[in-house]
Design a protein around this ligand. Structure first.
Ligand code: MRU
Length: 353
């Protein structure tokens, strides 16, 4: 995988380091950042150079390997002790997307279970990070196909509203919600995407719109507070969003504002789909109230460029995610099929679509 093809790959291994598309600079500038050390990978995740649940999982997996190769010891016990510190640093970057913790756990399990020399162990960690990257791409393609099977059949060409960016940039490539959009577009089932701008970080305006333009998919940008109005006007046939963490009962954490989109969709009888890999499902949490919600720096809401938007003396609250209750979700589309939220446990077994 390289950055030279038409496809968008936000995280790739290239020239002995990890190349990240700098998502803080899109759409005005396409810049690639080379990451050589685990500390730099942790910073890239925190500052959202790389973002989106599956993409930060892939990035963290490579981060573990980058940390591993810096450890200068041939003593296995000492190596694993140092590697735990690397894992801890990467775990502390962002709290909500469970894919981050899933990928780190898989890497650490590999480290503990691999026999042989420290050099062999490092090699196996590299292969595991590469596998996590490649598997996510396949998973997104399966989500796209499974989503197509459950989208409304009427009208023949539909409009889909999405919130935030759950596209190629947020995954290893292809995307989850935008994977479904891409599949619908390829099959001639899509008329247009409506993209919520997604305050405060504007992932919809900057990233989803950019991806659609790259693919030639017609896209209309709206501000977040226009979604219900568009639904009432009959402009939206389905909503498809991604997820950062899904509890066992189907409650779904995703970008702040997703919950209000789901309420509006329910009020207008519009199907609301969540598209996510099974690595986003946290079966250890019985419901969404247990999902940790990241709070980010308030400058994100009161400052645009160099301009301060509010008077002094105002207080701020900047939660980055919200939780959509399962009863507002029509189906959760995974690589193993689409499931009613209450039937998520069945997703552990692959379904035929
Ligand atoms: O804060 P972000 O940009 O990392 O939030 C991203 C989202 O909320 C996405 O919808 C989610 O991670 C799914 S990405 C396939």
């Amino acid at each position: 995988m390289t950055h030279s093809s038409n496809q968008v790959y936000p995280v790739i291994w290239h020239n002995d380091s990890v190349s990240l598309i700098d998502q803080t600079r899109l759409p005005n500038e396409y810049a690639v950042v080379e990451i050589h050390r685990s500390e730099d990978m942790a910073r890239a995740i925190t500052t959202m150079i790389v973002r989106g649940a599956p993409a930060i999982g892939v990035a963290a997996a490579y981060g573990i390997y980058l940390g591993a190769r810096e450890i200068e010891t041939s003593d296995r016990h000492e190596f694993l002790q140092h590697l735990e510190q690397v894992a801890q640093l990467l775990r502390s970057t962002r709290p909500t997307a469970v894919n981050l913790f899933w990928a780190i756990s898989r890497m650490m399990k590999t480290a503990y279970e691999t026999l042989g020399t420290v050099a062999e162990l490092k090699q196996t960690l590299f292969q595991t990070a590469q596998a996590i990257n490649a598997e996510d791409l396949q998973t997104c393609q399966a989500i796209g196909a499974n989503g197509l099977a459950v989208l409304p059949k009427n009208p023949a060409k539909m409009t889909i509203l999405t919130h935030c960016n759950a596209g190629a940039l947020a995954t290893a490539g292809y995307g989850t919600a935008l994977g479904v959009v891409r599949s619908a577009w390829t099959e001639g089932r899509l008329a247009r995407v409506f993209a919520d701008e997604t305050r405060p970080r504007l992932q919809g305006a900057k990233l989803t719109a950019w991806e659609c333009v790259q693919e030639g998919i017609p896209v209309t940008l709206i501000t977040d507070n226009m979604a219900a109005h568009c639904m009432k006007q009959g402009l939206i046939h389905a909503v498809v969003v991604g997820a950062d963490r899904i509890a066992a009962n189907g409650d779904t954490a995703n970008k702040i504002g997703t919950y209000s989109v789901a309420i509006a969709a329910k009020a207008h009888n519009i199907p609301f789909f969540v598209a996510a890999p099974l690595s986003t499902v946290d079966f250890e949490l019985s419901d969404g109230s247990q999902i940790p919600i990241e709070e980010r720096n308030p400058t994100e809401i009161y400052q645009v460029g160099d301009t301060i938007l509010t008077p002094e003396g105002v207080e701020f609250y900047n939660p980055a995610f919200d939780v959509t209750p399962a009863d507002l979700i029509t189906a959760i589309i995974t690589e193993n099929g689409a499931f009613a939220p209450g039937e998520l446990a069945k997703s552990k077994v692959k379904q035929m679509v």
